[in-house]
Design a protein around this ligand. Sequence first.
Ligand code: HEM
Length: 532
Amino acid sequence: MELLDILVFGLAAVLLCLWWRYSPSPVSATAHRPERRLPPGPPGWPLVGNLLQVILQNRPFIYVVRDLRARYGPIFTMKMGQRTLVIVTSSQLIHEALVQRGPLFATRPPDSPTRLVFSVGKCAINSAEYGPLWRTLRRNFVTELINPVRIRQCAWIRKWAIEDHFKRLESEGLEKGYVEVMSNCRLTVCSILICLCFGAKISAEKIKHIEGVLKEVMMMTTPKLPDFLPVLTPLFRLQLKAARELRRRQMECLVPLIRERKAFVEGGGGGGASRNGGSGNEPGFEMLSPLGAAYVDSLLGLEPAGRELGDEELVTLCSEVISAGTDTSATAVEWALLHLVQDQGMQQKVYDEIVQHVGKDGLVDENDVEKMTYLGAVVKETLRRHPPSHFLLSHAPTEETELGGYVIPARATVEFYTAWVTQDPDLWADPDDFRPGRFLDGDGIGVDVTGTKGVRMVPFGAGRRICPAMTLGMLHVNLLLARMVHAYRWIPVPNDPPNPTETFAFTVVMKNPLKAIMLPRQEKSGLGGTKE
Ligand code: HEM
């Protein structure tokens, strides 16, 4: 430790003591200041609260929270260093906070120093505080990227990306005898989202590179020690340095795509320097979406803070679309396919339904999947049994308020543990069972996944901050799954059967990624694996 570090550490310790002396903890608040009753919670240690207890357990936070829920009930507090975390787990309280009193719980807590490097002052839909910036960005996203006309107009992107998906699966199947589902689905969804953002097909290596860098960004921005003890941030200079270096690489891979599209837009959408418009400086880049159809086009004309957005902000806003939509959708496909691999009868039912709609040789398109009720039930059951995120993004109340009879301080971090709702035996019969049929003739009929009428499963959140791309996410999952089951029968790899143990990697994924053998359904297909 350098001398400077020792000085900073000493100063930080003094500040922490002062802060600890004057800040309320769940226990002290209840004992000494009954008028400010935080929800109950585990007793903490001086200065660090429950932070070290969590770290010492050395297991994913979701497991810690599961145990605390059983002990402290539907709402409890954890003092994590300087941050007060309020965890809400019950259906009623989630509905009350997010839907009935939506605006009050609609803001986000402050970003940590590391996250600020990537959010450039919270200039992203997911991190912006509830206010004019968030409203402008979100409205633009909804009207420009995911309106039904745009989704239909961009069907060619999904067609191209899924064709590439099959080519990749085929060669991996031939090479290894099996395929890894998650990595292939991530790449495919990522390529769709990159094309939606920049209007261009780019080479497979570039997509892989961008996907890798954005995954690193996601992992770097998950909560770390200095997020809970910002006072110690100066001690973590190396971590901040690593964050800035990663940000530099993120800019390096996305700014050229923005510049190409800018040149294309400024050139009136064609006839630029390159064959496809754009500046022509970027190799492996084919500009295909018409003027106005790429997300970045809409951002170029936007002035959310009274001025044009710069490269830093454009990179942040496009990265959020790619990151928010890639892992979530790919995770859902992987879990769904796990169950179809494990239960061949269920897979046959999905296949039969597809054949009923498009025949054995037809091509499943985006309108077809909407009509496939059994497929829809499999996807819903997947999102119920394996919600990609067990928590929503962190929320914060805009002012001090009450919830469940307790006080929630303004700007406290409120975590909604929505995965519990789908595991609650009072809300679902045999919640651990995977039974798509429950959405056709059982306890899942008519369930509202937006949570507006009541919270029984909210994989996309609920209320003001609900995922704005819910329909697009569902389309990606349904379409990819339908096309994969239509073209191949998926079976387990002998001697390496799938293992459903879960782990946290931004979303909650299979600890050992799903491997499966693909058997082509049709003589003519000939894609990957051995023929049935
Ligand atoms: C199966 C797929 C998806 C799932 C399960 C999912 C789930 C979620 C969840 C749980 C949230 C947090 C809600 C909250 O904090 O209350 C969220 C927010 C968000 N999602 Fe998604 N999502 C999916 C697909 C997508 C896609 C494809 C995109 C972009 C094209 C996207 C963009 C966003 C954005 C921008 C936010 C932030 C909203 C805000 O803060 O106002 N998501 N999503």
